[in-house]
Design a protein around this ligand. Structure first.
Ligand code: TMP
Length: 237
């Protein structure tokens, strides 16, 4: 697979063209940002872990009937994915109160919900990814009603699969962010990544944070947390 011209550089990944117009190569970086790019740093080895982890989790989800952009892992940091146009929504599923949910509603972190919640943000860095509801998304023509229904159904299905998988690894899936894309034929598939950058993962026994919150909140042991959660995953895949 030919790695062609760079199309885009994001905060955590670069995207390259290939010789096939329907395929791209994503390349995972060690760069880390938080608070809409205000905080910047490096997490050594993160790109390698996120590439591998996201690919393994997406393959697991495919087996359970969730369509994803994953095609083939090329090496430590590079993966071939189907070319999509990203639906400009950040979809957040939560099982336990944490982060912006706790802050916004004054709920202590760690409160377990009776049923999972879902929320959407408008994926727009200039506006700071503002929270919106599905009516706003329709008004802004970010997605069609049918796409929103598909995205919601897939997101809850993904939550059930990931929650069960992480539980087997002794890890509690607190919340996570997903992005979806449209293939050339309009099919909606899971895109972007699933990794400690995009999920809150707590040690089920101790409650220790094993995700990017260690970087966001200056808790230290960032690299160790990523390695720990990866080795837990590898022992159960
Ligand atoms: P939040 O509590 O800050 O809204 O984050 C919810 C989840 O979404 C958490 O698992 C981290 C993830 N997330 C991202 O992947 N990218 C982002 O830009 C933000 C703000 C959160």
């Amino acid at each position: 697979m030919l790695k062609g011209e760079q199309l885009y550089e994001g905060k955590a990944k670069k995207v390259f063209k290939t010789d096939d117009p329907e395929l791209l190569i994503v390349s995972y970086k060690d760069d880390a940002t938080a608070f809409n790019g205000l905080k910047k740093g490096t997490i050594a080895g993160k790109g390698v872990i996120n590439n591998r982890m996201s690919n393994l989790l997406m393959q697991m989800l495919e087996k359970k009937g969730v369509p994803t952009h994953f095609v083939q892992e090329l090496d430590d940091r590079d993966t071939v994915v189907k070319r999509v146009t990203i639906v400009p929504l950040e979809v957040i599923v939560r099982n336990i109160a944490a982060g912006s949910f706790s802050k916004r509603y004054g709920v202590e972190e760690g409160v377990v919900f009776d049923t999972p919640t879902i929320e959407f943000s408008y994926k727009n860095d200039a506006l700071g990814d503002p929270l919106l509801n599905t009516y706003h998304a329709l008004a802004l023509k970010l997605a069609t009603p049918a796409e929103i229904d598909t995205i919601k159904a897939l997101s809850f299905k993904i939550n059930e699969a990931l929650k069960a998988f992480w539980a087997e690894c002794g890890v509690t899936l607190v919340d996570f962010k997903l992005e979806f894309g449209r293939l050339f034929d309009g099919t909606v598939v899971l895109a972007d990544e699933i990794s400690p950058d995009t999920c809150r993962l707590w040690d089920s026994a101790t409650g220790e944070k094993l995700d990017k919150d260690r970087f966001r909140r200056d808790l230290g042991g960032v690299e160790d947390a990523y390695e720990q959660v990866m080795s837990r995953l590898l022992s159960h895949i």
